[in-house]
Write a protein that binds this ligand. Sequence first.
Ligand code: DC
Length: 234
Amino acid sequence: MKKRKKKIIITVDGYSSCGKSTFAKAIATELGYVYIDSGAMYRAVTLFALRRGLVAGGVADEQRILEVMPEITITFKPDRETGFSATYLNGEKVEREIRDREVSDNVSPVSTIAGVRARLVELQRAMGKGGGVVMDGRDIGTVVFPDAELKIFMTARPEVRAQRRYLELVSKGMPADFGAVMRNITERDRIDSSREASPLRKADDAVELDNSDMTPEEQIIWFRKLYKKRTDES
Ligand code: DC
């Protein structure tokens, strides 16, 4: 009888707008795993802080944000429309709101707050406990699940990423300006990789995927080979 494969934890980290979520969702579907978008959690905290006036113009009131953290509950519930889970902030569906430009412009300063990270990392670990999970973010393979069985680090050229993000915004009918998107991406790269708390970096045992010149299908084929090799070995 064929041995059932163990349900592992797969981490997908990398720069913003690299196609991490598209890739992570596709491999979760392929394996029948749960997909968890850790960036959505940082975005939800940012939305809460924006609504309370605790972050604006890229400057966050760290002390006050830490004080209100206990008032924030973030959950994911399956969404019938998309087939994936949607993000809820204190019971309100905020999947669309957390992708707004204002949130994108303010999420980096909020996610540099060590106390915010500690709380979200704790939640992320609880969500991935039983395995069978694909989680994407910046520090999933380095901090959240350093012992994950399979770690992928995604990259793509900045202009390719800006173009993808721009087209995504246009397709959603959201206001988009290529120059502004490019600036937002460059600035987020800078903050994400230079911040003190869990800077973005490739885990030593992560496999790099530069998808600048790859279609989503080619990325899945690449993944299938990697997954087979890894799980046959173990
Ligand atoms: O993946 P994303 O663009 O939705 O993430 C939004 C922001 O959250 C990003 O600027 C960096 C931060 N983030 C983080 O610091 N750690 C994670 N694990 C995921 C996201």
